[in-house]
Design a protein around this ligand. Structure first.
Ligand code: CP
Ligand code: NVA
Length: 310
């Protein structure tokens, strides 16, 4: 069976720990690990724009000894409607893994269903699991652990980041609280799945409409844009409901005194986060952005090693 990474709970708690432990090693030894030397090619396909994901996969695959093949869907036949499964069948005879940023999760599920090589989710409308691996690595680096810590995400509780914090956070044994307007709360099935995983890891998962209650005593405070890619046409209506959930200095006063602040970026200062917070002493967003590199290198190494021995 080919192992894919399509959503955060595709890694068990033990497996996630293995990937994060390797990522931590790679963060201090960038060039000592070359499992893709040969070299193997990894296809990285974008249906949506990207800075961090594009760069970190390209750099990471190169550092692992492989060759990154970066494809913008609009310049490929995929962008003209060639079936996803046919694309998978063409790619999997030539590349070692397929990384894809696309819209609906059903699309990446279809790619994985037809591919004999690992497929990695580089962001869908529903999940952003590579980002959460980087975020958990950042928490490990700054807090020495993840288990037992309170992670609060404020903003659009129905977007990819909120869903991935729920699943990935509880897998790491964290207490995850989503604070969002009621009309933008997490998908009920994903929240239920997070609660189920939390029961096995000692973590917890919950949602509240009260931003002050959410952030109370938080060890990690995270947010994301209120307008995700593909929602630009709703930009105006996606402002007023979220204002109470903005990560301001005042709100940070409710978190633990040594709380750290995460943002996957790109950030909109004065909207979901104040400049004083993202550019202030509690912010670890640049470490977080760098950690995309280490986390994804570890994930690729882990998945490919598993695939060859499986
Ligand atoms: N955080 C993140 O995924 O950034 P990009 O959209 O720039 O890849
Ligand atoms: N929720 C954002 C994340 C960007 C990295 C989006 O999907 O646009």
């Amino acid at each position: 069976m080919t192992r894919h990474f399509l959503r955060d709970d595709d890694l068990s708690p033990v497996e996630q720990d293995e990937v994060l432990t390797l990522a931590q090693q790679l963060s201090t030894d960038r060039f000592g690990h070359q499992p893709l030397a040969g070299p193997q090619t990894v296809a990285v396909i974008f249906d949506k724009t990207s800075t961090r994901t594009r760069i970190s996969f390209a750099v990471g695959i190169s550092e692992l000894g492989g060759v990154p093949l970066i494809i913008d869907a609009q310049t490929s036949q995929l962008g003209r409607g060639e079936p996803i499964a046919d694309t998978a069948r063409v790619l999997d005879r030539q590349v070692g893994a397929i990384v894809w940023r696309t819209a609906g999760q059903v699309r990446i599920d279809e790619m994985a269903g037809a591919s004999r090589v690992p497929v990695i989710n580089a962001l869908t409308d529903e999940f952003h699991p590579c980002q959460i691996l980087a975020d958990l690595l950042t928490v490990r680096q700054h807090k020495g652990k993840t288990a037992g810590l309170k992670l609060v995400y404020l903003g659009d509780g129905a977007n990819n980041m909120a869903h991935s914090y729920l699943l990935g956070g509880v897998t790491a044994g964290m207490h995850v609280v989503i604070g969002s307007p009621a009309e933008y709360q997490p998908d009920a099935a994903i929240l239920a799945k997070a609660v189920e995983i939390a029961a096995t890891t000692g973590g917890s998962a919950g949602w509240t409409a009260d931003p002050l209650e959410a952030v109370d005593g938080a060890d990690v405070v995270a947010t994301d844009t209120w307008v995700s890619m593909g929602q630009e046409f709703e930009a105006e209506q996606r402002e007023a409901p979220f204002v109470p959930y903005a990560v301001t200095e005042q709100l940070m006063g409710k978190a633990a005194a040594d709380a750290i602040v995460l943002h996957c970026l790109p950030a909109y200062r004065g909207k979901e986060i104040d400049a004083a917070v993202i550019d202030g002493p509690q912010s670890v967003v640049w470490d977080e952005a760098e950690n995309r590199l280490h986390a994804q290198k570890a994930l690729l190494s882990w998945l490919l090693a598993r695939n060859f021995t499986a």
